[in-house]
Design a protein around this ligand. Structure first.
Ligand SMILES: [Cu+2]
Length: 288
């Protein structure tokens, strides 16, 4: 055996010991330490850092997700990426690892292993879908969008205890009529219900509490469990559609969110009454 082949052999053994992802990560990742933590304690260390739950991570800024097709060693491989307005199409995708292998094992988060958010770049046409996984690991879901434009597709999932939000675009052909973001309001009417934002967000970089109430004709309406909680909230930043991970309170329509920067955000609150899911969207200005 020559010195060169010995070294290659040694590298291969190291890669096998520490895992392909961690080995590649030490050279590729722009966030040092992240993958090392993952290799030591699958899930816990990386998740704490990611969500700012760990004691050490408290002072760190909330990471922004959903801006990239590839992050932390996983890639969203989306096909097709064009569609026609009003015509149903099958949105199909895979999550692939650094070696191009299709990821098959996902954690259950909010009762599902994959959450897919589709929204036009002007933040109209919001859809929250749950694709089905086939035996080869491919995910697919039928989608229909009514208007032409560029749509952002967010795959929100967790692997080995670590949350990921990867995103890519789907172009829907036709004449695009973009809409300006609605001005901030206290209440939104949806499906005969009035949804009010009773506690608003504070300043950028600090944890904000967002509270909502649902009424019909002025009387409170009880919300049912939907995906294991009273409600779900997705917040997107105007401009780049940065995706905010918002932590729900299991028993009420209250959420904790840390908006990373000043600016305008669109909040998409989803909740269920009488077996039906409703989506109420709010514009939220965050000050410095
Ligand atoms: Cu979901």
């Amino acid at each position: 055996m020559t010195v060169a082949t010995k070294l290659v052999g040694f590298a291969v053994v190291l890669a096998l010991i520490f895992g392909g992802a961690a080995f590649a990560g030490s050279r590729i990742d722009v966030r040092p330490g992240d993958d090392a933590a993952q290799a030591d304690k699958p899930g816990m260390g990386a998740m704490a850092a990611e969500d700012g739950h760990g004691e050490d991570a408290k002072a760190a800024p909330q990471p922004v997700r959903g801006l990239a097709v590839s992050d932390n060693g996983l890639t969203l491989d989306l096909a097709p990426t064009t569609a026609t307005p009003g015509a149903p199409f099958e949105l199909t995708f895979r999550i692939v690892d650094r070696d191009g292998r299709t990821v098959r094992d996902f954690d259950v988060e909010h009762t599902r292993r994959m959450h897919l958010i589709v929204v036009r770049r002007d933040m109209t046409g919001f859809q929250h879908l749950h694709p089905k996984q086939s035996a080869d690991g491919t995910w697919s879901v039928p989608v229909t969008v009514s208007d032409a434009g560029s749509y952002r597709v967010f795959a929100d999932f967790s692997v080995n205890g670590r949350p990921h939000t990867l995103a890519d675009d789907v172009t829907v052909d036709g004449t695009v009529r973009s809409r300006d973001l609605p001005a901030p309001v206290e209440s939104v009417d949806v499906d005969g219900l009035r949804v009010s934002l009773t506690e608003g967000a504070g300043r950028a970089g600090a944890e904000s509490e967002l509270g909502f109430t649902v009424t019909r004709d002025g009387k409170p309406v009880a919300v049912e469990d939907y995906l294991g909680a009273k409600g779900h909230l997705v917040a997107l930043r105007e401009g780049d559609l940065a995706f905010l991970h918002v932590h729900p309170d299991e028993n009420s329509l209250r959420f904790g969110a840390t908006f990373p920067t000043a600016g305008t955000y669109r909040l998409f609150l989803q909740f269920q009454t009488e077996g039906r899911v409703h989506t109420a969207a709010f514009t939220q200005e965050i000050s410095r």
